[in-house]
Design a protein around this ligand. Sequence first.
Ligand SMILES: *Cc1c(COP(=O)(O)O)cnc(C)c1O
Length: 498
Amino acid sequence: MKTVFATSRPGRAGVWPPAPQTEPAALIEPRLLREKRPCLPELSELDVVRHFTGLSRLNFSVDGNFYPLGSCTMKYNPKFTEAVAAHPGFTALHPLIPQLRGAGHFTQGALEVLYETERFLCAITGMHAFTLQPLAGAHGELTGVMLMAAYHRDKGNRKTTILVPDSAHGTNPASAAIAGYQVVSIPSHEGIIDPAAMEKVLNEDVAGLMMTCPNTLGLFERHLPRIVELVHSVDGLLYYDGANLNAIMGKMRVGDAGFDIVHINLHKTFATPHGGGGPGAGPVGVSARLEPYLPISRVVKLEDGQYYLNYDYPKSIGYIAPFYGNFGVILKAYAYLLRLGREGVVRVAENAVLAANYLRARLRGHLEIPYDRTCMHEFVASVAELAASHGVRALDIAKALLDRGHYAPTIYFPLIVKECLMIEPTETESKETLDGFVDDLVDIVKTARINPAAIQAAPHHLPVARLDEVRAARAMELTDDAGLSEVMEITAESDTHA
Ligand SMILES: *Cc1c(COP(=O)(O)O)cnc(C)c1O
């Protein structure tokens, strides 16, 4: 596709604003004036619409394709939440509008959304209190580890390490390290945490355990009571990475299991669109003893039913986000929860787990499933044998799936399974979609045995095939130099004429 610079023509425009009554130069300080005209493409409205519609068609999206990207919960996000979030009562609300009395009625609705969302999340997780401030899952983790540190500092505990199982999400050890802790890895046994292995590394230096559950193999941690008991025995805190809460919500409550801190990803489980680094929200829930350290501000409800933001928490870890977090994301999650209701929350979990187990059962015999037992919202398959016998690797299978209109599963993660594909179908897909994916995947594996080169050269039908990913990230070319220099010449020319 041509860039906007290549399609640009001098003088072409979509909108003609009225001529200014005063020369702009007379209104702007001379030192702030540009010396040269900015090099912008000139296009009609239709050119712009065609350009961006064209770009969007080059991409995979949940609205267009099945998207079984493990540990990412790329599920369908119902469109009614967009309508709610676009309501002018919310979008026109400036975060600096004064609270309470007088102007307060403008902010009460938004504060109620925050307050009620916290209450819903407390009910779903069994935690004592929540902060909605963190702007992503990893940001929630960092907040959680900071809460852990604040607790130990306050108690005068000297703690230096955080335990992280080898089946944890990659952000867990990263968050612990960024917060200044040493990370001690616990090897899993048969895919889950082995309390005996944990006991070996447990001592008074341990600030806590960060655990992803279900873990990155899609397995539920079966020894939770013993794990909780062990970590608490050294006054360590238990951190639950609940980014993928769609596997357990309505079925098991993290707080009831004895956990001290949990983060959840609204942009995964609670139906707010994400991807490409887009907006997220990683609320953090805590047990009662950690509440004093929560970030500010916090929404409180007064006796007269009014809401306001309280900043007066002397033990708080302070600010971790501007204003009140990603309000639009929280609002969509709130609307989604209201629509789901108590029964809907349970059904989401049941369907997410059913879909993953259906795929696992149907793929058995075609792909290796190293931990072939009941999984949660996702499972991990492996093509190690195919790679050894025919030289067709997980990457090749992923590329071949793109050719057939499916987004690829997560590949090469978790690190503990060779040549793996981590498949998460989510609860929103129909049986027909799941069957279509299985048929295509099985066909790819069969083709790989007969004609490996065809799969190794995939994709054959996409706008770009195999990119040098390192170069694409490190040596980004964000402009089309050929198109750009042409526009610059034309612009310079029209400047001289003017
Ligand atoms: C996605 C995910 C994270 C990180 O969330 P971000 O919003 O991408 O920062 C952490 N843990 C698990 C288990 C996840 O799936």
